[in-house]
Design a binder for this molecule. Structure first.
Ligand code: NDP
Length: 246
């Protein structure tokens, strides 16, 4: 049997990029997958179709991570639909980069709601349903591990918060046999950070490998943590960053 047969996963922001690759990978490993999106319904439905065509089970739900009730409802809806929840992947995130002086109050609220409040609330809602062996996996960023260029105050602030959340969740949920871990990707070729973008050469040059990673590289580590290989890993931060933070 495949490693995640019988498990149910919820991937936030599963319509594109790292979340899409993660949804496809967890489904390939045998999990039933619920994925959320904010606006790209077409892309989310394509991911579901691809999973179903391969014989898997999947479901796409619109849930803006900025909306607390929508976040909670996405967890409850997953449990209602698939009957359980084993793996939460907090992936949905936005980046607002630019000089510190120019970051508006609205930017601060929007980024913190999406990148920090949503993972917190999703973890809280998920924890009520996770059984022994449950997994909470959040996607942080190498930019909260090493500050290699200016302009990342708000983004790094939001991603650094996930480190505190992850380590404290590990302590709090450990007695129930539930793990919580953080993955910190480096530059990954997605719509958010295309490998042919304006600053791509600079970013690639900051890694040890000298190149961008693929969404699939991050998904592979999510799959490792979600599976039996992740049994004794908790409260950890795992860099999938080509050596950006080395
Ligand atoms: P993309 O912008 O390519 O995809 C973002 C995904 O998140 C989409 O599925 C999008 O949905 C969804 N999303 C965005 N905002 C919301 C919201 N408010 N509510 C619900 N869903 C939302 O991003 P990546 O795949 O590159 O990034 C995924 C995660 O990885 C993010 O947390 C990002 O910060 C992090 N990361 C990315 C790196 C990179 O270099 N790419 C590096 C380090 C970390 P929709 O399609 O509907 O818009």
């Amino acid at each position: 049997p495949r490693p995640l047969t019988g498990k149910v996963a919820l991937v936030t922001g599963g319509s594109r990029g790292i979340g899409e690759a993660t949804a496809l990978r967890l489904a390939a490993d045998g999990a039933a997958v619920a994925l959320t999106y904010r606006s790209r319904k077409d892309k989310a439905e394509q991911v579901v179709e691809e999973i179903e065509q391969a014989g898997g089970r999947a479901r796409a739900v619109r849930a803006d991570s900025g909306d607390a009730e929508a976040v909670r409802a996405s967890v409850a809806g997953t449990v209602a639909h698939f009957g359980r929840l084993d793996i939460l992947v907090n992936n949905a995130g936005i980046g607002v980069l630019g000089p510190f002086e120019g970051i508006s109050l609205d930017d601060v609220d929007r980024v913190l709601r999406t990148n920090v409040r949503a993972p917190f609330l999703a973890a809280q809602a998920a924890a009520a349903h996770l059984a022994e062996g449950g997994r909470i996996i959040s996607i942080g960023s190498c930019m909260a591990e090493r500050v290699a260029f200016p302009g990342g105050t708000l983004y790094a602030t939001s991603k650094a918060a996930l480190s505190g959340l992850t380590r404290t969740l590990a302590k709090e949920l450990g007695p129930r046999g539930i793990t919580a871990n953080l993955i910190t990707p480096g530059p990954i070729d997605t719509e958010m950070n295309p490998a042919d973008g304006e600053s791509a050469r600079m970013q690639a040059g900051l890694t040890a490998l000298g190149s961008y990673g693929r969404a699939w590289d991050v998904a592979a580590t999510v799959a490792h943590l979600a599976g039996e290989g992740g049994r004794y890993i908790t409260g950890a931060s795992i860099a999938v960053d080509g050596g950006f933070a080395a």
